[in-house]
Design a protein around this ligand. Sequence first.
Ligand SMILES: [Zn+2]
Length: 303
Amino acid sequence: MNRHITIRVVYSILFMSFIIPAPAQTGFDADRAFDDLIAQCDLGTREPNSVGAKAAVKYFQSVLEPLADEFYLQNFDMQDPYADRQLNLTNIIARFQPEKTQRIILCAHWDTRPRAEYDRTYPDKPMLGANDGASGVAVLLEIARNLQRKTTDPGIDIILFDGEDYGKPQDLQHYLLGSRYYVKHLYKPVAQLVILLDMVGDENLTIKIDPVSYQSAPGVMEEIWSLAADIGYDQFRLELGSGMYDDHVPFIERGIPAIDIIDFEYPGPDNAYWHTHNDTPDKCSPESLEAVGNTLLIWLYQQ
Ligand SMILES: [Zn+2]
């Protein structure tokens, strides 16, 4: 090692010790969150009416019920738009400080797609959804563990929606099944803000601004993105991305401000893994879950 390199190493250690304290302020454990991502995928595909979906509901209940002040399974049925059968759907609802009127909903979809239409080999088979499904849930389960240890000022509702990804391409009315149902059957007191996480596990994480979210709650997005930059998480980019049709839309339509924290470039702008059988845990990373989970948790404790 020559002297030049030695000095650079010292500088980088000093720099790292300067930027690390902020994330260390929360107890967000990225490895435990990543274990939650893998555990969901180990249950198999989790599309409505599947064996994996039943096992997933049990898993979420086993984690969240002991942590939350109130826990509910919001079950509902509907006619399958694509087959002669009933769909059995379940939203998972974990409430912290349910008596508080000032509230924030943190949500993600837990279901995975019954098809992988952009897969070249097996487009008709259900997909595993490590990123598109399991990643947002993994972050929220780890946030729930932190909320039990240390409460926030606002009450928090963690909601895992079923049936987000059920629709066939272009058939928008058969997406967002769980969130559409929830906004018609809101738990009271009703939250004043909704923060949705979706596709936050990509190891090559780039979270741009969803214009639909920005129109709904620009100040909240600016706060969260600038907080991430202050901490040193460069995965958050203050530039416009694609407009998202996701579980935040039913809330916005009901007049409740809602934002979607989503990386819709998986792994890059061509979105080559999205809705394919390449959406597997090896394409995701604990560091990405940490960037989102830690930023969100620090922001929540500042409210
Ligand atoms: Zn999807």
